[in-house]
Design a protein around this ligand. Structure first.
Ligand code: 8Y4
Length: 283
């Protein structure tokens, strides 16, 4: 599948196959980093992290204020806005980079795009009430991710007869809903949701069969960085998942991913460059 450039609130995201897959850096805006250093301090820290990721070659920075870890508490609209808006504003002011807002809440989508976000990354694929309308109003690209259930309970007992078919059908249905709501098809991206209500083997099947998702005609985003399936396969603690994450990300590229969401931007950018060089050897 050939893609051109996506227009993200004035900035271009080049997804053509003559360039390496793009890296989306993860910027964590969780309460810990907010402790009592005050808003200014944490915004400053986030800005520094963003600048480092840009230097390391990120094409997009994903800013999220809701934890989707299993068991994490729900966050109110106001809390989420308080966490993400100052950070989006400061990145937008100081840097030239596409900012993605990781949210499921319509109000946060609207305010984030007003503050400078150029992409919506929704792990609930615009299923929250009002999300389709809000995303449509903003006009920015939207990543639709598959998640079985809700973060709090999704890992309790994941079961699928055919995980690839179920996830692909779900994404096709969400694409249809978006288009019925007036969202142009060419602003949509898809993501099978590695780690969201899936066992290790489900996640591996999704990677192995990722190429089937190219039939949906949308750019593919994959997030595998430091996830528990990688730790489980390697039997390593959380801080020793880099090599496994890079190997998995490289395979995702081989199987058709256009964007890789990652914590370790520099290493991931090296990996996508190597993937791209090998893919284009002799041409
Ligand atoms: C350590 C650190 C272990 C982080 C696990 C995690 C995806 C996503 C997340 C994804 C898209 C995460 C917001 C989960 N994962 N968005 N978001 N795709 N599109 N867990 O795979 O990073 S949060």
């Amino acid at each position: 599948m050939m893609f051109g450039s996506q227009e993200c609130h004035g900035k271009l995201l080049d997804l053509s196959l003559s360039t390496p897959p793009k890296v989306m850096g993860i910027l964590n805006v969780t309460p810990d980093s907010f402790s009592d250093g005050g808003l200014f301090l944490s915004t400053d820290k986030a800005l520094q992290q963003a600048q480092q990721m840009i230097q390391d070659g990120a094409a997009i920075i994903d800013v999220g204020g809701e934890s989707t870890r299993p068991g994490a508490a729900a966050v109110t609209v106001q809390e989420e806005l308080d966490r993400v808006i100052p950070i989006i504003e400061s990145i937008q002011q100081e840097c030239i980079i596409i900012i993605s807002i990781d949210t499921s809440k319509p109000e946060v989508m609207r305010e984030a795009v007003k503050a400078g976000a150029g992409m919506i990354n929704d792990v609930r694929a615009l299923r929250e009430p009002g999300a389709l309308e809000a995303a449509n109003e903003t006009g920015v690209p939207v990543c639709l991710m598959h998640m079985s259930g809700e973060p709090r309970t999704m890992q309790e007992k994941p079961e699928y007869t055919d995980v690839v078919h179920t996830v692909k059908s779900f994404l096709q249905e969400r694409i249809s809903c978006c288009e019925a709501a007036g969202i142009p098809g060419d602003v949509l991206l898809i993501d099978p949701g590695f780690g969201f209500g899936k066992t290790v083997d489900h996640n591996l099947q999704l990677v192995k069969n990722l190429y089937e998702f190219t039939e949906l005609g949308k750019p593919i985003l994959m997030g595998v960085s430091r996830k528990s399936s990688i730790a489980a396969l390697l039997d390593r603690p959380a801080n020793e998942r880099l090599a496994g994450s890079i190997a998995m990300a490289t395979l995702c590229c081989q199987y058709g991913a256009n964007i890789i969401r990652a914590h370790d931007v520099a290493a991931t950018v090296d990996a996508v460059k190597i993937y791209h060089a090998v893919t284009h050897a002799g041409t």
